[in-house]
Design a protein around this ligand. Structure first.
Ligand code: PMP
Length: 285
């Protein structure tokens, strides 16, 4: 079955899905995106993802390509046409097509909208979670507004490649004070020796992950103590557990950081319980 993409009002086979070379996403990374988990053919936390999309668009002064409720309809249609049971739906909005000029295009230029969906291998994802993953640390060399989910991801791309070449799944960004901000495509968490769950506070220096937001509810419901604050790399090395979160990976135990085993070197009890309970707290529509 060939995959189908939505491109500016049309559903087209992926191999014919193209954008104009003067699209500002292509020319300037002038756009934003969202990735939403699909489970049993339904969208996970659609409302929160569309809320964050509206925020990213507003911060960059890009117009909404259509009403948010209509966007949900198109996302669902793309999921259905691609027969995705478990996987992801990807949505990208750019400032549109215009003659190349750094300043904003003329008023009335229509934003571009692309939506795709694809299946993921549930069994292999569960395998990875059961084994736990390795992460490495890299300097955080991104701009100051990474709370905006911009398609401008060059530092993230380079960090992820360094991780892959080191045999790790993720790279954790470390700020100039030696504190972990987040991963190249996920939020970063530790569990301290005394059982506190710690993740960087929200602000302009991390992406406010939707998985992170929902997990705060799970943590509270499990009676765990949450600390939203920066933690250092040294603290992470000494942690009892570590894990990462993102829409496509849910909660993934981290068992090695920079080659050092975390805790006893196996997925932690808390990370495993949070992964198990996550979808009881997420919205499914
Ligand atoms: N931080 C970054 C830099 C990311 O790219 C992502 C994944 N989009 C996240 C955090 C996690 O966000 P979410 O839980 O919404 O997928």
């Amino acid at each position: 079955m060939s995959r189908i993409a939505y491109v500016n009002g049309r559903y087209v086979p992926l191999c014919q899905a193209v954008v104009n070379i003067e699209d500002r996403g292509y020319q300037f990374s002038d756009g934003v995106y969202e990735v939403c988990e699909v489970r049993e053919g339904r969208l996970i936390d659609e409302r929160r993802h569309l809320g964050r999309l509206a925020y990213s668009l507003k911060e960059l002064r890009i117009a909404e390509p259509m009403a948010m409720s209509a966007l949900g309809v198109v996302m669902r249609e793309v999921v259905a046409r691609n027969r995705v049971n478990w996987g992801i739906v990807y949505l990208q909005v750019t400032r549109g097509v215009a003659r190349r000029d750094h300043a904003f295009p003329p008023a009335g230029t229509r934003p571009s909208l692309v939506i795709t969906a694809r299946s993921l291998e549930l069994a292999s994802a569960e395998h990875i979670a059961a084994d736990g993953v390795a992460v490495i640390t890299v300097p955080d060399n991104r701009w100051e507004r990474v709370d905006i989910k911009s398609v401008s991801l060059l530092p993230n791309v380079l960090a992820k490649q360094v991780a892959r070449e080191a045999g790790a799944r993720e790279a954790w960004f470390v700020d100039k004070q030696g504190r972990v901000t987040e991963g190249s495509s996920s939020n970063a968490w530790i569990v301290t020796r005394d059982g506190k769950v710690v993740t960087h506070q929200v602000g302009h220096d991390i992406l406010r992950g939707i998985t992170r937001t929902v997990l705060v509810d799970v943590i509270t419901a499990q009676g765990l103590t949450l600390e939203e604050r920066a933690f250092t790399v040294e603290e992470a090395y000494a942690a009892r557990e570590a894990f990462l979160t993102s829409a496509s990976q849910i909660v993934l135990p981290v068992v090695r950081i920079d080659g050092r085993p975390i805790g006893n070197g196996a997925p932690g009890l808390i990370a495993t319980a949070l992964r198990r309970d996550f979808h009881r707290f997420a919205e499914m529509t």
